[in-house]
Write a protein that binds this ligand. Structure first.
Ligand SMILES: NC(=O)c1ccc[n+]([C@@H]2O[C@H](COP(=O)([O-])OP(=O)(O)OC[C@H]3O[C@@H](n4cnc5c(N)ncnc54)[C@H](O)[C@@H]3O)[C@@H](O)[C@H]2O)c1
Length: 459
């Protein structure tokens, strides 16, 4: 069968895999190939055990894999054969040299650009799918157009807005797709080709176009705004705990103002995931680079509050449990950075568990999807940390239970049985405010929600 378009994605991670699966699923007339340097990951994409967990993803991949969706490690061949190339490699925070701990590490990105240059024998549209500092497309273009074979490259920016845990839903029905291009005749022509690809299933009014720099910057700013809302409500949760106000009531009152809206106003132990922190650091670094000190300081505050919220959670535990956690067994329900994913990158649970271990507690970690990653995150702490998938089994004999991920299954446990199996007095720290605190208190727990007065049986 001849396909109408041959599309390639370099980088088969959380973004590249699901995004390309969706394009292949929605556009049977296109042939979609996903390549990666990581052979193990590609083998997993070609197996029944996909490398990432996302609700609904298995079904989509199964429907199109081998028909018009292919996973491979043959990068040179794939570059040669495809004329539309998405680049979705990782862009972590740089951990060396100038900008260490702040700037984006663009080494994977630049390597990809050079490979595209090396193996291209025909014109290509190269699409930035990774989240990148504003002005990266300029560097990309300079590398690609340094060739002397007369091959034309057009660079577009098409940042991804999917959220892990809801990736399939977000890709099926996105709030918007953003495509940035140069505003030249060629740039606009390349942009229209990408618009037509998305228009196969996304309503046209949701496909936004812009200049390339606005597109690159919009992704960083979207993540910064989302994280800022979480830090804003979390900052207020600290004040609620001092004043007997209730953060849920405050959130509701604030969020019903239509100018503010109700989303992202749940107080918790804070945000995690591979993107929010790194993208804000990136934004802060850019602002400092351009001499915008006040702007950089403002956004840095969002990260400071996030760390503060996690540290505060541990301090509350120490304070509640008679100023010592030493030798106490503490059960952690949930290690993923959010529900419905196995991803633990930058999960608040990592920092909190390590702090508990520093206090000489014995931690039992439970999670339905993230234990493999949790084991890797906590390597070296095996003498203090154990891993048990069944939440009821994990909590047996513990002095305290902490809920660190908002998995639905935790809401529906038998809390009478949980209480009966724990050491007394039993402490419950709900880091996501998902449980019925009144009910748990009546069962006998001493309950510590976030941003609400604790409910204890102590006089
Ligand atoms: N994870 C998210 O929820 C999310 C959402 C939106 C945007 N993003 C952005 O998308 C980008 C990718 O994120 P991710 O979470 O998919 O990362 P990831 O680490 O899951 O995947 C990146 C993949 O790229 C591969 N890779 C690196 N260099 C390569 C090369 N030279 N050739 C071929 N493959 C190479 C890696 O092996 C890895 O499998 C990042 O810039 C991220 O900020 C992520």
């Amino acid at each position: 069968m001849t396909f109408e378009r041959n599309i390639l994605c370099i980088g088969a991670g959380y973004v590249g895999g699901p995004t390309m699966a969706m394009i292949a699923y929605r556009c049977p007339r296109y042939r979609v190939t996903v390549v990666d340097v990581n052979r193990e990951k590609i083998d997993q994409w070609n197996s029944d055990d996909l490398p990432i967990y996302e609700p609904g993803l298995d079904e989509i991949v199964r429907a199109v894999r081998g028909k018009n969706l292919f996973f491979s490690t043959d990068i040179p061949k794939a570059i040669e054969e495809n004329d539309i190339i998405f680049v979705s490699v990782n862009t972590p925070t740089k951990n060396y040299g100038v900008g260490a701990g702040m700037a984006a590490d663009l080494q994977f990105w630049e390597k990809t650009a050079r490979e595209i240059l090396k193996y291209s024998k025909s014109p290509k549209i190269v699409i930035e799918k990774s989240t990148l500092p504003v002005k990266t497309a300029l560097a990309m273009e300079r590398i690609l157009n340094s060739n002397h074979h007369g091959i034309a490259f057009d660079v577009l920016s098409n940042p991804e807005f999917l959220a892990e845990g809801t990736a399939v839903r977000d890709l099926t029905n996105p709030d918007r797709v953003l495509i940035g291009s140069e505003e030249t005749e060629r740039g606009l022509c390349a942009r229209n080709i990408l618009v037509e690809i998305y228009a196969n299933w996304v309503p046209r009014e949701r496909i936004l176009t812009s200049n390339i720099w606005s597109s690159e910057l919009s992704k960083l700013v979207s993540n910064a705004f989302l994280a800022q809302r979480i830090s804003s409500i979390n900052a207020i949760s600290a004040l609620c705990e001092k004043t007997d106000a209730d953060i849920t009531e405050v959130s509701r009152a604030v969020g019903t103002d239509s100018r503010i809206g109700p989303k992202f106003l749940n107080s918790s132990i804070g945000f995690g995931g591979s993107c929010f922190k790194k993208d804000i650091l990136n934004l802060v670094y850019l602002c400092r680079h351009y001499g915008l000190t006040e702007v950089a300081d403002y956004w840095e505050g969002v990260l400071k509050i996030n760390d503060y919220q996690q540290d505060r959670f541990v301090l509350t535990m120490i304070d509640a449990m008679f100023n010592t956690l030493s030798g106490k067994k503490i059960c952690v329900w949930g290690f993923a950075f959010k529900a419905d994913t196995g991803d633990t990158r930058e999960s608040p649970a990592i920092r909190i568990t390590k702090r508990l271990v520093e206090e000489n507690a014995l931690v039992i970690v439970s999670d339905p999807k993230a234990l493999k990653n949790a084991r890797a995150d906590l390597r070296g702490l095996e003498d203090r940390v154990s891993f048990v998938e069944d939440p009821m089994e994990a909590v047996k004999g513990c002095h305290a239970l902490c809920v660190l991920t908002e998995w639905d299954l935790y809401r529906h446990q038998d809390f009478e049985a949980v209480y009966a199996s724990m050491a007394k007095p039993s402490f419950l720290f709900d880091g996501r405010n998902i449980l019925d605190h009144g009910k748990c208190f009546r069962i006998g727990f001493n309950v510590y929600p976030i941003g609400k007065p604790p409910m204890t049986h102590f006089q």
